[in-house]
Design a protein around this ligand. Structure first.
Ligand code: ADP
Ligand code: MG
Length: 712
């Protein structure tokens, strides 16, 4: 019984044990999801009031709810005309005085004595030239000496106020004091990152002596939340790696050198850095699981090609999987172009070289051509395969698949990725590189894609003409948009028009696209050659339309968001997004990335219906897009606007939630937690030496939580 108390112990004790918690309060607490003492002590104050320089009467604003800490000066009771009790209390602090009235609470006369320290929470109004509060929430704090008063989330509905919460938490912590509270985080980690002990942190967050102590406490408890998440991810990552035998590649070789020499431009610093990171993984016998993040146009393809060539020069094959046929074909074209003339050193060949063989495999490759590709994959004569999910169908076998690149990962499920990896021969797991053009902040990535390593291409190749983004608010400005489209088309350029996003309904979306198409064809853009692209077309129809747009036969492509991913038509210089305020930041950014791909300057028009400038002229997402083209900066704004919760499982509110830690504010702490998780797991792979930590994870994370965290 003298063992320190663990979080699991606390979770095993009902709040019923606390003073003043009877059936009624028990029900109230249940309503706010506080059933046990763990729930209670991890319900943290919303804010902390420093009574020495906040909460003064002089600062009260009439009509606004506020808290004041005051001394009772006088108390009077009288009856109103309709025989109701009215208790009048005059209170004051160093800054001023105020009247407080209580109706129908005759017992206040006995409760509130002159000289008593109380906290009042309520709305102050002006009354007869002075301030007055009626029926405020009252707490006697005469015996609470702390300078700082914690304010807990209150629930009017559940009838729980901050004072009760504070009392219960205080009682809980006091009753823990004898045994102490266990600290599962190794002391080496604690001292390395200057973290205070957990018991001190719980005291410090709930009953701080000063704000500094509260901050130290918050840092420690936020670290714990992040460490637990990272431990789940890192344990999972390491377990995956243990079960897998990978391929050891040799990054140093002539083929890769030849490739660099053949490029018409030098690599950017970011490309060189990410290539180094990837090559280090490739040289390692563990299979790589790496995420390559890079904005549209950052040059991810070159990086992935370098990685694939390492596999080829090491005697293996590589595959690149794209989410759509259009994208797969585009990749095949650009990779072939990039590798045109690059030959493979071949010791078996008298002349020392053989040509590189790159093949496309989609459902459109049929008959003899398909047979030929399949045979080449199976006998190893195809070096690089580029395709869609056709690559993972049963009939496809590789002789020795050593490297897999998956583009635009959000379109693929985990299963599809692992299916491709399973195509490896001899039970060896190929290295995997997942590329995404949807940047998310690095620390968020560490959580969302926590079982992957992350490389970031955060530098665009030089010489790009930045896309100018403009907001057209209302019909008047929209006229200018169509004028711009016309003049670009007259100058030989092309344009996209993206139709409003309509809820969840595909049908409505198609209807709206058709309507917009009709309207533009007969009115604003009459006389231009328009094409229509939406989700209800067959793949062949879509492809035919895309071909006509690519060849320049179509001037303006009216489309739903089906064009979001990867379409590359360098001659398109105008992107018009209708009802732009209905899209999310990431989606707008993706759509905008369809232009600015060629030598000509490009424009992106964000069209919204006229908003009343007085009321809601502000449109933070549209404004963010106008402000910057930097995907990472936008990702930060997005995170800030949407809040934190969206990163974790939204369906699961509960123990595993981040209550104190913020992925945005606590970036540094995320990094420390990840580092600590690696050092713990790498010295103790199944946490056998850290039973408390293991137990805590087990208690806090449900299976669904772990599933969610590891989904990527
Ligand atoms: P991403 O896939 O990241 O959107 P791509 O790989 O398609 O970007 O590259 C975009 C364009 O930039 C391509 O036309 C490519 O040839 C060019 N590019 C890539 N790297 C460089 C570089 N270091 N310098 C100049 N141009 C580059
Ligand atoms: Mg790309």
């Amino acid at each position: 019984m003298s063992e320190p108390i663990t979080l699991r112990d606390l979770a095993g004790m009902s709040v019923e044990r606390l003073k003043g918690v009877g059936p009624k309060k028990l029900a109230s607490l249940e309503k706010v999801q506080i059933e046990n003492l763990f729930d209670l002590v991890t319900t943290y104050p919303r804010r902390w009031v420093d009574r020495t320089n906040e909460a003064r009467i002089a600062d009260l604003v009439p009509g606004e709810e506020a808290l004041v800490l005051v001394t009772v000066r006088s108390v009077n009771k009288r009856m109103t005309r309709n025989r109701r009790a009215m208790v009048n209390v005059n209170v004051g602090d160093g800054s001023g005085r105020m009247d407080v009235v209580f109706f129908n609470q005759p017992w206040r006369e006995r409760q509130l004595k002159e000289g008593l320290q109380i906290a009042l929470f309520g709305k102050a109004d002006t009354y007869r030239g002075g301030l007055q509060m009626s029926n405020p929430v009252v707490d006697l704090i005469g015996d609470r000496t702390g300078r700082i008063v914690p304010i807990y989330p209150q629930s009017e509905k559940a009838q729980i106020n901050t004072w009760e919460m504070a009392g219960w938490v205080e009682e809980t912590l006091r009753r823990c004091a004898a045994r102490g509270i266990a600290d599962p985080v190794p002391s080496a980690v604690r001292s390395e990152h200057r973290l205070i002990p957990r018991s001190e942190a719980l005291e410090g967050i709930h009953l701080p002596e000063d704000m500094k102590q509260k901050e130290r406490a918050r840092r420690r408890l936020a670290f714990d939340e992040l460490l637990r998440v990272q431990l789940v991810l890192v344990l999972r990552k390491r377990a995956l790696e243990r079960g897998q035998h990978g391929v050891t590649h040799t990054p140093e070789g002539e083929l890769v050198e030849r490739f660099y020499d053949s490029l018409p431009y030098p690599l950017t610093g970011a490309q060189r850095r990410t290539i180094d990171e990837i090559f280090a993984d490739l040289a390692n016998p563990h299979p790589m699981h790496r995420l390559l993040q890079g904005d549209v146009g950052a040059g991810k393809t070159v990086v992935s090609v370098a990685a694939m060539l390492v596999a080829v020069q090491s005697g293996h094959q590589a595959a690149l999987m794209a989410p759509t046929e259009v994208l797969a074909e585009q990749h095949a074209t650009s990779v072939r172009e990039m590798l045109d003339g690059v030959t493979v050193p071949d010791p078996d060949n008298l002349f020392g070289d053989r040509p590189l063989r790159i093949e496309l495999l989609t459902n459109r490759v049929t008959g003899a051509a398909r047979k030929d590709v399949l045979a080449g994959l199976a006998d190893g004569s195809v070096d690089i395969a580029i395709g869609t999910h056709a690559l993972i169908q049963d009939a496809v076998g590789f002789e020795s698949l050593g490297m897999v690149v998956v583009d635009e990962q959000h379109r693929f499920g985990v299963e599809q990725r692992s299916a491709l990896r399973d195509k490896s021969a001899g039970g060896r797991m190929p290295d995997t590189l997942v590329m995404t053009a949807t940047p998310i902040p690095r620390t968020a990535a560490m959580t969302v894609y926590g079982d992957l390593d992350v490389s970031v291409l955060d530098e665009l190749p030089p010489g790009r003409t930045p896309i100018v983004t403009m907001w057209a608010n209302g019909t008047l400005m929209e006229t200018g948009v169509w004028r711009d489209v016309r003049s670009e088309v007259e100058a030989g350029r092309q344009a996209y028009v993206v139709c409003p996003l309509i809820g969840e309904s595909d049908k409505l979306e198609v209807a709206s696209a058709e309507e917009t198409f009709e309207r533009l064809a007969n009115d604003e853009l009459e006389g231009l050659s328009l094409g229509l692209l939406h989700g209800k077309l067959t793949p062949d129809e879509k492809e035919a339309t895309m071909d006509r747009f690519r060849s320049g036969e179509i001037d303006v492509l009216v489309a739903t968001t089906v064009i979001e991913v990867g379409v590359d038509v360098p001659n398109a210089t105008v992107m018009v997004i209708l009802d732009a305020d209905r899209f999310g930041i990431a989606q707008l950014h993706q759509l905008r990335g369809r232009v600015g791909r060629g030598e000509h300057a490009s424009t992106c028009w964000l069209v919204t219906q006229q908003t009343d400038p007085e009321v809601d002229a502000s449109n933070p997402r549209v404004e963010a897009l106008v402000e910057t083209t930097d995907g990472f900066a936008l990702a930060e704004v997005d995170l800030a606007l949407r809040g934190e919760g969206t990163l974790m499982s939204s369906a699961q509110k509960g123990r595993s939630d981040l209550k104190l830690a913020s992925l945005r504010r606590d970036r540094n702490l995320v990094e420390l937690a990840r580092e600590a998780a690696f050092s713990i797991v790498d010295s103790d792979p199944d946490l056998a030496q850290h039973p408390l930590l293991a137990d805590e994870l087990d208690m806090i994370f449900s299976d669904q939580d772990e599933e969610f965290l590891s989904r990527s």
